[in-house]
Design a protein. Structure first.
Length: 207
């Protein structure tokens, strides 16, 4: 009985993800817009810190899942939609805010990193079956989070604030967020392992 339930779940999981990968352009754009909305909602889980303009938010959880759920191009597109609409004034950045100042200000580098992280994760998880184990996904998410998001974030934070001291910069834009990000990465990796089939589901190019 239990084996039959597990097999049924795996079959449904495979069919859903395969359908997503082969869906029409209209559906894929709708999926990308949906993940952009989810990222905007996750951004409202916000804890401001008094010594830095960078708040703790739930955005990275949504960003990482966008690549897992939608693949490389449409996961990345979801973050382009999120950032583009927010920069145009849609108030779904952290604290129900919007405007180009967010992209040009101290948080702008992290926002650009969201696109890179979604593209990176979507590519590996879609293309490589071995990347779908918990530890592989977690390792990929570590790289995406701490290199592809933090690095451009810290570079722009330094440029905007004028802070050149490495320790001070890390205290403003990295160190306070590490423990929370690890928790989000573990949750995202566990969810990703549960929803990604362990066999190929892409049989034609997406673009």
């Amino acid at each position: 009985m239990a084996v039959a339930v597990v097999d049924r779940y795996r079959d449904i999981r495979y069919r859903v993800v395969k359908w997503r990968s082969e869906a029409s352009l209209v559906y894929k754009i709708i999926f990308a817009l949906s993940m952009a909305c989810f990222t905007g909602l996750a951004a409202q889980v916000r804890v401001p810190l008094p010594w830095t303009p960078i708040p703790i938010t739930g955005q990275t959880f949504a960003v990482l899942l966008s690549g897992i759920l939608l693949g490389r191009w449409y996961g990345g597109l979801s973050q382009v939609f999120y950032i583009g609409a927010g920069a145009a004034g849609l108030p779904w950045f952290a604290g129900w805010s919007g405007g180009i100042s967010h992209l040009l200000g101290p948080t702008g580098g992290y926002l650009i990193g969201f696109i890179l992280a979604a593209l990176f994760l979507g590519h590996f998880v879609d293309r490589y079956i071995r990347a779908r184990s918990f530890f592989s996904i977690f390792a990929l998410m570590l790289f995406a989070n701490f290199i592809l998001i933090y690095l451009p974030g810290l570079l722009q934070l330094s440029a905007v604030t004028g802070v050149r001291n490495i320790y001070k910069l890390l205290m403003m834009g990295a160190i306070p967020f590490i423990s929370g990000d690890i928790v989000k990465l573990i949750a995202a990796a566990a969810l990703a392992k549960a929803i990604t089939p362990k066999k190929a589901y892409i049989f034609r190019k997406e673009f």
